[in-house]
Design a protein around this ligand. Structure first.
Ligand SMILES: [Zn+2]
Length: 270
């Protein structure tokens, strides 16, 4: 008879699991890129590490935190939801914002099934639905998934990699999501597998290479060094090379008007 192994996650304190190597290119050559106090962040809770320590890969120049949260840290972090992240929050205002994004995507693909990874307040899916897209959403906050279903939307509480079976999507969006994921390359692999032929991947995240980023750095006003839920600071150049490595062709670059210093990229599966 097998004795079940004790679960390590139940007793380990909230902490970061350190990256032994660059999470994008696996180089073991990385150097210090600053340390910032994150206790002032709106989602910070006592018990979480008080500082974020950043590293820069000496080979691919990617900038990343020294580690990603273990299960007990994530449990603590996800124990409540920011009110403006709950499905339905700011629905009228957000509709105006997302309409521009959906219209841009519809310029490449007029119909099909749209999967939004990390749907947050749900407004992107509400708007895509208006354009006639089929919709599906993933979010790791269970209460958000339940709330989304009450509006009649298909939603699941799972990471993208857990989706199996023959279902394929015409559009997969990850707005402000990839920088939250410990290993972004893995997510791109999952997205590639789950997209139909010529499917679109739509991404947004802060662009660490834009001049306003550098200006805010010199002023000590750049919020992203203490952004508790982020593990990565992507430059446009590094994002594009990662996309190309995973067989995506970047088609359009744009600037997000929803988040500070952010870029929006539409890429096609090749
Ligand atoms: Zn690297």
């Amino acid at each position: 008879m097998n004795t079940p192994e004790p679960k390590a996650a139940a007793t380990e304190p909230p902490a970061r699991i350190l990256y032994p190597s660059c999470p994008l290119c696996e180089s073991r050559r990385h150097e210090a890129a600053g340390q910032f106090d994150c206790t002032g962040h709106a989602l910070y809770k006592p018990g979480l590490p008080t500082h974020m320590t950043w590293r820069r890969c000496e080979d691919c120049h990617h900038v990343f935190t020294d580690g990603y949260f273990n299960e007990s840290a994530l449990e603590l972090l996800f124990s409540d939801t920011n009110p403006n992240q709950q499905p339905g929050a700011g629905a009228e205002q957000n509709r105006w914002t997302w309409a521009k994004v959906v219209a841009k995507v519809a310029g490449y693909k007029r119909e099909g099934l749209w999967m939004d990874v990390g749907f947050g307040n749900g407004s992107l899916l509400f708007t895509a639905d208006e354009w006639g897209f089929g919709t599906n959403g993933l979010d790791l906050r269970r209460t958000s998934v339940e709330q989304m279903r009450t509006y009649g939307f298909d939603a699941e509480c799972a990471p993208l990699g857990d989706l199996e079976g023959p279902r394929r999507f015409d559009i997969i969006s990850m707005f402000d999501a990839l920088e939250h994921m410990p290993f972004p390359g893995q997510e791109l692999r999952h997205a590639h597998r789950l997209l139909a032929k010529d499917g679109l991947l739509v991404l947004s995240m802060p662009n660490s290479d834009c001049t306003p980023w550098k200006i805010m750095d010199t002023q000590g006003l750049n919020p992203y060094w203490a952004e508790l839920e982020h593990y990565h600071n992507f430059s446009r150049r590094r994002l594009y090379s990662l996309l190309e490595q995973h067989d995506f062709l970047p088609m359009e670059y744009g600037v997000s008007d929803r988040y500070r210093l952010s870029m929006e990229v539409i890429a096609r599966k090749v």
